[in-house]
Design a binder for this molecule. Sequence first.
Ligand SMILES: Nc1ncnc2c1ncn2[C@@H]1O[C@H](COP(=O)(O)OP(=O)(O)OP(=O)(O)O)[C@@H](O)[C@H]1O
Length: 221
Amino acid sequence: MLEVRDLVVRYGTATALDEVSLDVGPGEMVALVGANGAGKSTLVNTLSGIVRPSAGVVRLDGRLAQVPEGRQLFASLTVETNLRLGAWGLARARRDPARIYALFPDLVALRGRPAGSLSGGQQQMVAVGRALMADPDLLAVDELSLGLAPMVVRDLAEHLTQLNRERGLAVLLIEQETTLAFSLCSRAYVLEAGRVVASGPSASLREDPAVVSAYLGGLPG
Ligand SMILES: Nc1ncnc2c1ncn2[C@@H]1O[C@H](COP(=O)(O)OP(=O)(O)OP(=O)(O)O)[C@@H](O)[C@H]1O
């Protein structure tokens, strides 16, 4: 579904991604973990075409939608308008957000509210809903958990797992919360200073001493 080969991204003289390769298969949930500045957002932004690589190849078979870091909602526009913007350019019949309200019933009562007036968790729900409006085959979620209470994160994570299980949605989860990423995704890549330093089944990475000491607070997950 997604094949990234030897991707190199430079900002001026700084190298943000250095020959990064990764794959996401159809219906797979894959995590990309790493500390601040490791290059995670650069990778997602390259997939969606916001950032241009200096070298390497991105092959995507299907439609990609992105939940950007920090949600990037239009704060003064309503929840409903934000959702509709996710289907911008699609056929009229696909622009009805009813399917998103079915998935996130909490949003029904909020549909007329400016997105900027919602809580962080509600805003993240809108951001996920807006991305789903594009009917993606692959959803790239940049920092699902950022700034949210654990209970809210669990709820959002459950929605993603359900979409994956029931509709075969492939997910690339970009996360600093390594424990969360490993528990949701069967496979993961660890990015450090623009390079993939470890990858494989999450169950194996949880036992890898280097990963445990750097990303799991020294405790096996
Ligand atoms: N527009 C830019 N111009 C110059 N350097 C940039 C730009 N965007 C990112 N960088 C640099 O590229 C490197 C990777 O940044 P990136 O935002 O991809 O990391 P990240 O893993 O997503 O970090 P975070 O978790 O903090 O968002 C960092 O050193 C960052 O300072």
